[in-house]
Design a protein around this ligand. Structure first.
Ligand SMILES: Cc1cc2nc3c(=O)[nH]c(=O)nc-3n(C[C@H](O)[C@H](O)[C@H](O)COP(=O)(O)OP(=O)(O)OC[C@H]3O[C@@H](n4cnc5c(N)ncnc54)[C@H](O)[C@@H]3O)c2cc1C
Length: 393
């Protein structure tokens, strides 16, 4: 029976719509992606053609409201798409995810003029980009950023450096966190978020080389007297930037958790298949109890991680505060990805270490899930703080 799935902004899709959308994404992954992943991963090649296909599927507008040209999907459906994509090539999900977190900042906190100006072009994938928060001196402690925006007539002039910015080279627009009042106390009151398009004074200084997460570009961005109109200040009011930036992280964490489920599932799938065809001591290795113990733990982690993601996404869709739920999902699913990818490699023996197979990629991609959108150390702290706040004595 068809069930209605409702997004945080009240938009509805049916469970049949969800099934059709997931089928379309899986067909695309089978037809146009899976055979190309190994070569593109090892060449660290940006997937231009796949980006065009993602535009056609509507992925750049997945969570943007329908009135602005997006699909208006609930987080629960979006998370399933992210998991499906990450089961095949996790890097692809980064191309539309940080773009959608930037879009969510404009949709949730921007003025109506900003929404009308940017969201339809974001949804079509005509303008793509991401979130520019981290600086060389700080990632976790975002209130320590040094990037400075100074008002000058109808503009602001921005100076400083951002690093590790996903889509920094191929994208053209970023939600940019700056200090408008470096003396403010508490520090977050002096922070503002701009929607910044590339232009004079905004340069990409270098592409950052990484262990994994290949194909997608990570870059350092330099702002040298970059001039931006004051009407690009999200929400039109200084001092709200920290709140706007962390407001997007709940959805970001659900997304990273969904990516973790994708990697954990892929590792389980490969391990289950390989263990039935590889024989030692006259029988398939899946008949050795040592391998069965690994498979049992791997499958349980996948199921538990999926359920935590679903539960956090449902809380998000209902508009509930869900930093604890999103934190638990992110923590557990990313650690599940790390453990499953390691076990998958062990089960594959020497072949797990070969670049001719996918297994070594899971092992390189999984640790990023423990770092991005707030490290797992910070997730534990967030969970504990919420636990205490919700259970006062
Ligand atoms: C591939 C990749 C893509 C990225 N994409 C983006 C992007 O698109 N946009 C963006 O803005 N950033 C991006 N980042 C940056 C990422 O968000 C940061 O790396 C992350 O937030 C951690 O910050 P940091 O690296 O400065 O580590 P630090 O903050 O220096 O932390 C170092 C260690 O100290 C621990 N720690 C820090 N503070 C505490 C505390 N109070 N209590 C306990 N432990 C603590 C951390 O958990 C960590 O183990 C990306 C990073 C990578 C690697």
């Amino acid at each position: 029976m068809s069930e209605n799935l409702v997004s945080r902004t009240g938009e509805t899709i049916t469970s049949e719509d969800e099934t059709q959308l997931l089928d379309a994404v899986r067909r695309w992954l089978d037809r146009d992606v899976s055979d190309k992943v190994l070569a593109m991963e090892h060449a660290d090649e940006y997937p231009h053609e796949m980006v065009e296909q993602m535009k056609e599927l509507g992925l750049f507008g997945a969570t943007i409201g329908q009135e602005y040209g997006g699909l208006g999907l609930p987080a629960s459906t979006y998370a399933k798409i992210v998991t499906a994509v990450s089961e095949v090539w996790m890097s692809l999900s980064g191309i539309f995810n940080s773009h959608l977190i930037m879009s969510a900042a404009v949709e949730r906190f921007g003025t109506e003029d900003q929404r009308r100006k940017f969201l339809p072009r974001f949804a079509a994938g005509e303008i793509r980009g991401g979130l520019a928060l981290t600086e060389p001196n700080c990632g976790t402690d975002l209130q320590a950023i040094r990037m400075r925006a100074v008002r000058d007539g109808d503009d602001y002039v921005i100076n400083g450096t951002k690093t590790w910015i996903s889509n920094g080279i191929e994208g053209s627009c970023y939600a940019l966190l700056v200090k408008t009042d470096p003396e403010a106390q508490p520090r977050h009151r002096g922070m503002s978020l701009f929607i910044a398009e590339k232009g004079p004074g905004f340069t990409v200084s270098r592409k950052l080389e990484k262990l994994g997460y290949k194909g997608i570009d990570s870059a350092e961005l330099i702002f040298d007297d970059y001039r931006i109109p004051a009407d690009c200040l999200i929400g039109g009011e200084e001092g709200r930037g920290f709140h706007h930036a962390v407001g997007g992280l709940e959805l970001g964490r659900i997304n990273v958790a969904a990516r973790g489920v994708g990697i954990a599932n892929a590792a389980l799938r490969e391990a289950t298949a390989y263990s039935q065809v590889r024989e030692t001591m006259g029988k398939p290795i899946c008949q050795h109890q040592a391998i069965q113990l690994k498979l049992g733990d791997m499958a349980t982690r996948c199921e538990a991680a999926r359920l935590l993601v679903e539960s956090a996404a449902r809380a998000y869709d209902k508009g509930e505060r869900c930093d604890m739920e999103a934190g638990m999902a992110k923590l557990f699913a990313s650690e599940a990805a790390l453990e499953n990818s390691t076990e998958c490699m062990r089960i594959h023996g020497g072949y797990g270490y070969s670049k001719e197979f996918h297994v070594e990629r899971y092992y390189r991609d999984a640790p990023l899930m423990c770092i991005g959108e707030g490290t797992n150390e910070m997730q534990r702290i967030i969970i504990a703080r919420q636990l205490i706040e919700r259970n006062p004595v």
